[in-house]
Design a protein around this ligand. Sequence first.
Ligand SMILES: *Cc1c(COP(=O)(O)O)cnc(C)c1O
Length: 396
Amino acid sequence: MTKPKVYLSPPHLSGDEQSYVKQAFDSNWIAPLGPNVDAFEKEMATLVGTKGAAAVNSGTAAIHLALSLLGITKGDTVFCSTLTFVASANPILYQGAEPVFIDSEPESWNMSPQALKRAFYHASLKGKLPKAVIVVNLYGQSAKMEELLLICNTYGVPIIEDAAESLGTTYQGKASGTFGHFGIYSFNGNKIITTSGGGMLVSNDVEAIQRSRFLASQARDPAPHYQHSVIGFNYRMSNLLAGVGRAQLNVLGNRVNARRRIFARYKNTLTSLPGVTFMPELKGTKTNRWLTTLTIDEQEAGVTVNQLLEAFHKENIEARPVWKPLHMQPLFQGVRYFPHNENTHVAEHLFATGLCLPSGSNLTADEQQRVITCIKEEFSRPILTKSLLISRKYGV
Ligand SMILES: *Cc1c(COP(=O)(O)O)cnc(C)c1O
């Protein structure tokens, strides 16, 4: 008999969602606008500390709107973190623009300031600066925003912060996602809070947020008939789902604490294993630890990432490798990429050695113990695998 499944990051309801949804039903606000949408936007803006927020139907839509608001179009260039989910970069393609990928650095796993500097230098030599830089905050960890902002400000290029995974994280005491000209959050089912599907665009540029609402509802001009002057989208969030979001937002603090506790337990019980290194916490930040991630030095550990993934699979535990860098994806073949330095490709290394463990805020102690036991068992099975690894290394 297979054991019950342990999920990577499942939804975690607070219990209050249905009362918000019921209100919407009772007042017949079953629309992509209404009191829950307005309130959810206000509550998000207050929580993260921006002047405006617009609720949309996905994080991807929020990125697309940000690019559209910045006037990015065919032939333009956009710099983007390479170590991320494809959703960070797909909207660049929607606009017909050209991505250029920037490597990670080891302290945050996020965009490398020195690689970004080099990319800007090359762009300025060619006389064609990017129109925007998409900085991703991976697995809840903030990128080195201070350094990145300094570089982008030098060239006068705006940052779009992809904070889909870092809602609830603070960097220098301020909410992650509020450092760029635009920030985006995702409420997909696997994120720290969820509306089943949804997203939020935030900014201190109130006019841009106002315009994003216009673009996200088919860009209808103020006229009695249906008149349209620019391309619009159908991206607004439903009033039902905004109700779910409001209930989820109320418990965000608890969710961050729970995920940090899960991380601490993994770290305490596994850190002494040879070759195991946990994702660091950048100085001056408090990360939401959306997913607990670690790297395995296969030589030192005598255990491979694939071996662990197979063991998890057998135990009905959902675990994942770290994101495959976008510059390695067939979709982006031939796209320009700037490594951390000539001989150090940080994202490629993290992809080759990284592992994400089940980290849901509703993960039980017993479930977490199953994950820990599974890992420890693989590490205590050394004789055969270690000799195999050594023979593989020396080709004997
Ligand atoms: C989830 C995610 C997105 C996309 O969000 P959706 O709401 O699923 O469209 C974008 N970027 C990153 C880094 C993500 O993890």
